[in-house]
Write a protein that binds this ligand. Sequence first.
Ligand code: HEM
Ligand SMILES: NC(=O)CCn1cnc2ccccc21
Length: 289
Amino acid sequence: ALHTAQQEKNSEDYQEVYNAIATKMREEKDFDNNNGYGPVLVRLSWHVSGTWDKRDNSGGSFGGTYRFKKEMNDPLSRGLQNGFKFLESIDKQFPWLSHGDLFTLGGVTAIQEMQGPKIPWRSGRVDEPESMVPDNGRLPEPHYGADYVRSYYERFNFTDQEVVALLGAHVLGKAHLKNSGYDGPWDDESNIFSNAFYDNLLKLKWTPEINDAGNKQYDNKEKGYMMLPTDYALFQDPKYLKYVKAYANDQDLFFKDFTKVYTKLIENGIEFPKENKPHLFKTLKEQGK
Ligand code: HEM
Ligand SMILES: NC(=O)CCn1cnc2ccccc21
């Protein structure tokens, strides 16, 4: 069943929600070794959307079903509960906002407040009941290479270029051994949204290592950076590598392409009537806050 998103509030109302999330991010910037909540909010917005299945239009961000424990406790989402807890006070402050809108707006706010691109965001997702929670197992695993990544994103009809642009979000935050069985990076500059992911992938020396959870990851000793096998796949696969180079050399192109594919991701399965216009948010800084 296709979901139609009606716009119920105007941009000023959503800018107020944006400001509440952005202000709370500033107040709690010491979270996770001073990474702050930005990275986990971005990952949450992707996980609530990554359950979408084009075959029956199940899952996806529309119904806000991540709020139910079956989806929240998906082992591949370990650690995202921190993002959910962060958004609980926002949920209470704006009871009229649906959970699907809350989770996706959280990611948009985080990207913009971490100096990323402006993401035009459309509202109107409607909460669905627990019976609509998609099964676990729809999110990707980090252990495999390019063939796995390519076939995984076929579910979204994403091209190689879109997959590479989307994965640039792995410039943010870090892996935590207890969450995913991967660990690092150990630098603390991972809360600025930039094209550094591609630069690092191309320019640094990556050494395969078995980590303390017995998983193979790629480490750079000099900088204390790491890459998952699925990250490194973008370097190994010649078709992906072409776009890794393009984005390493052109941050504006990366920002433009990331904005397009991230918007596609968080809107998959949703019909937006043309009168339901995207909202463009000002950052706190642009508002002089
Ligand atoms: C092949 C697809 C992907 C795989 C296998 C994957 C896997 C992972 C893993 C294992 C972690 C570490 C989690 C932890 O230990 O806390 C992680 C973190 C993260 N992922 Fe992905 N991911 C993928 C795609 C994406 C996409 C499409 C986005 C956003 C557009 C994204 C955004 C993030 C962010 C921001 C973090 C850092 C979270 C934090 O610091 O707590 N990932 N990812
Ligand atoms: N700073 C870097 O080397 C990128 C960090 N990084 C690479 N793959 C990642 C996957 C999840 C979070 C951070 C990640």
